[in-house]
Design a protein around this ligand. Structure first.
Ligand code: MG
Length: 383
């Protein structure tokens, strides 16, 4: 196979075949020598998201997020995907490029072989969940477009049952927090990042501007379970509806004690990534925050929602800072969840897609097939 591939590359253009030298500027293509018709082509391109505000959580601050945009093409139909790689997850442009370059997508005759394709992608290397999610999302988009149906319809979900999304207010000085709250006026639920020692001042600043429900994300910032319980009661009095990741992801005993005694649900985020983590969080947390970039994409996320329900756990669907591509993909699942935190595309100023929108705080699913997005400034393609 290798010698045949080299021969064809050495020959230059070969009718009916494609290879890396003819793809669009900035894109890498993994389909060498696959037939253009009837076979899939995977392309990927690094991109950097610019955040509207410097984003501060208990772990640190940043103003950009690296993403990898992916495309899966089959019979001139393109499915779009995305890997978003905030630094704390350990992936970056280089790891994504390395992982995606391993994928021989052209060996599959049909994109409808989703189970085979995604099982193959998953076993190529451990981890790399964002890169895996970028393929999963692109494949779902492609297959939905081939079926000419959006995924919420394929799954049989009611688009009227989408939740209200929270809008995240990053840590800042009280005056800036108040300004951010005013900026968030279209949203019905606010998410406030806590865990840096000034939690009560942060909540008081928000409460001086609004009486909307608040959810709080501690990002593992609390270290003492008794203080955490005291805060849980204080936060409940302040109209907080749940607490996300209060203590270290490895503090299972203390978190289980807090969950048993807390007047508010305790949700696992950093402590919960893939389906295998259910055995760690069951009985320790009230619910889980499912994110496509943590679990490897829509196929896993769908199974995880069902699994959480079977265990009597609450379900939240979240996101990273992402374009409307990955956010809209997650939104397709949102009729199944208790809470949505799908504001990642709203926190950036260089989105390249249009997809799910927010109306009076509620997630509105697009009608288009697949994950339902379209490119903002459609590139001219040579392919
Ligand atoms: Mg979180």
């Amino acid at each position: 196979m290798k010698s045949r591939r080299k021969f064809l590359i050495d020959c230059g253009a070969v009718a009916g075949f494609s290879y890396m030298s003819i793809v669009r500027s900035g894109w890498s293509e993994i389909s060498e020598l696959s037939m253009k018709t009837g076979r899939m082509t995977l392309r990927f391109k690094p991109y950097e998201l610019h955040l509207r505000h410097v984003f501060t959580v208990a772990e640190g601050s940043r103003s950009t997020t690296p993403v990898m945009l992916t495309e899966l093409e089959y019979d001139n139909i393109i499915g779009f995907g995305e890997a978003s790689m905030p630094p704390y997850l350990g992936e970056n442009h280089e790891t994504a490029r390395s992982f995606l370059s391993k994928i021989d997508i052209a060996q599959f005759e049909s994109p409808f072989l989703m189970e085979d394709i995604l099982a193959y992608v998953d076993q190529l290397a451990p981890g790399n969940y964002s890169a895996k999610a970028s393929v999963d999302i692109a494949l779902h988009d492609l297959v939905g477009k081939l079926m000419n149906q959006p995924w919420y319809k394929i799954w049989g979900l009611n688009p009227k049952k989408t939740p209200y999304t929270s809008f995240t207010i990053g840590m800042d000085k009280p005056d800036v927090m108040k300004a951010k709250v005013r900026e968030a006026s279209p949203y019905r639920i606010l998410k406030v990042k806590l865990g840096q020692g000034n939690d009560k001042a942060m909540i008081e600043a928000v409460r001086s501007e609004t009486d909307k429900p608040i959810c709080v994300d501690i990002n593992q910032g609390w270290t003492d379970k008794n203080m955490a319980l005291e805060m849980a009661y204080w936060l409940k009095d302040k109209g907080v509806v749940f607490i996300e990741q209060p203590m270290s992801k490895t503090s299972f005993d203390d978190t289980a004690w807090l969950t048993q005694n807390s007047p508010l649900p305790i949700i696992a985020d950093e402590a919960f990534q893939t389906i295998g983590d259910f055995k760690k969080v069951q009985g320790v947390y009230s619910g889980v925050n499912i994110k496509l970039m943590k679990c490897g994409g829509l196929r896993s996320a769908f199974v995880m929602i069902k699994m959480a329900r079977s265990l009597g756990m609450k379900v939240m669907i979240g996101c990273m800072t992402e374009t409307s591509c990955a956010v809209t993909a997650a939104a397709q699942l949102s009729p199944l969840v208790d809470w949505a935190d799908l504001d990642g595309n709203l926190l950036i100023d260089n989105d390249v897609f249009v997809g799910a929108t927010i109306d009076d705080g509620k997630v509105i699913l697009p009608n288009g097939p697949g994950i339902g997005i379209r490119q903002k400034n459609k590139e001219k393609s040579k392919n």
